[in-house]
Design a protein around this ligand. Structure first.
Ligand SMILES: [Zn+2]
Length: 332
């Protein structure tokens, strides 16, 4: 097995240093943000599917997260104000985040290569707009893959944009909020990697993206999927519950509500990195943080799926863990 073929593990992309410092830093920044006025009111209905009422999910870093009992959306309720977000994204959190992106840069490239393959499999070519490029892991992956796109990057961070411009001189860099971006000529491909969960108004975002995307273009984005092994097991303690940074945590049902009403049709929906789920759950188990009930939440659903049962039964046979034993003996 080559190094490249080794499945990605949670610790590869979340370095030890990050894991140790993240919680502490989040508490101090969140306290500062919480102290600011916020005119947004608490919502009684789901912003994605309008189901009401929504349920309390968890209080994290002093922010309340609600969950919709119908589409499953988990969201920061009330949503933070623009002023609060401005303070949060201009805090030391951003440079901290960029620092750990640098530490795990090469490992993270491995997440992007299959995504580039996917874009090309669906015929993506030409002008590509990447929103939320940060320090440029995706641009670097495009370069390493030799993917022939003309790239435009858009990011809120002045520092990130300066770095992108310097490292990728052929790339157009737009420093600012995508919602304010002028549309001169639409793009053939628009990508957002782990950015959508940070956006409060998803309908406004998607409407904007619709305008930025050519009629025969492609929109490709990634975001945490709460309807997944690691989320069903981790539940309220999931490491990605990070308000006021992560304000909308989605699942495929939410996507089915959001896309059509904003002018998009779903072409495909994949979850590519199951090794991260497994290593994260293993980590929680090692820390004695998994209760059997939470594992049961996942298995209850998975065991109703024929494909999972086929896979599990061949696993059990191979590991000799199925519940009936055939012993073959020979006289010695
Ligand atoms: Zn909903």
């Amino acid at each position: 097995m080559t190094a490249a073929a080794k499945p990605l593990a949670f610790d590869d992309i979340h370095t030890q240093k990050k894991q140790q410092q993240l919680t502490q830093m989040m508490h101090s920044i969140a306290a500062k943000v919480r102290g600011m006025p916020n005119a947004n009111s608490t919502r009684s209905a789901c912003p994605v599917c309008a189901h009401a009422p929504v349920d309390f999910f968890v209080n994290a870093f002093g922010f309340e997260m609600s969950q919709c009992g119908d589409c499953g959306l988990i969201f920061c309720n009330p949503y933070p104000s623009l002023a609060q977000l401005d303070v949060y994204y201009n805090s030391e959190m951003k440079s901290f985040e960029n620092e750990f992106f640098r530490e795990s840069f090469d490992k993270r490239i491995n997440i992007f290569l299959p995504r580039i393959e996917l874009i090309q499999r669906y015929g993506g070519k030409g002008r590509l707009l990447d929103i939320g490029s940060a320090i440029g892991i995706f641009p670097e992956a495009l370069k390493r893959a030799g993917a022939p796109f003309h790239l435009t990057c858009c990011d809120l961070s002045v520092d990130a944009c300066a770095e992108l411009k310097q490292r990728y001189p052929d790339t157009d860099v737009i420093c600012g909020n995508v919602l304010d971006m002028a549309v001169d000529e639409p793009f053939d491909v628009v990508t957002l990697w782990d950015t959508v969960e940070h956006i409060v108004d998803l309908d406004a975002l998607l409407k904007k993206l619709r305008g930025l995307c050519a009629p025969d273009g492609l929109l490709v984005f990634s975001t945490p999927n709460t309807h997944s092994f690691e989320w069903m097991v981790a539940g309220h303690q999931h490491v990605q519950i990070l308000p006021p940074g992560h304000v909308n945590l989605l699942n495929p049902r939410c996507i089915q509500h959001l896309l059509p009403r904003n002018g998009f049709a779903l072409v495909d929906l994949l979850t590519l990195n199951a090794s991260l789920d497994i290593s994260y759950v293993q980590k929680l188990m090692a820390q004695k943080k998994v209760d059997d009930h939470r594992l049961g939440v996942f298995l209850n659903e998975a065991l109703a799926d024929e494909q999972f049962c086929t896979m599990l039964s061949s696993y059990l046979v191979e590991k000799r863990m199925a519940g009936n034993m055939v012993v073959v003996a020979r006289p010695a």
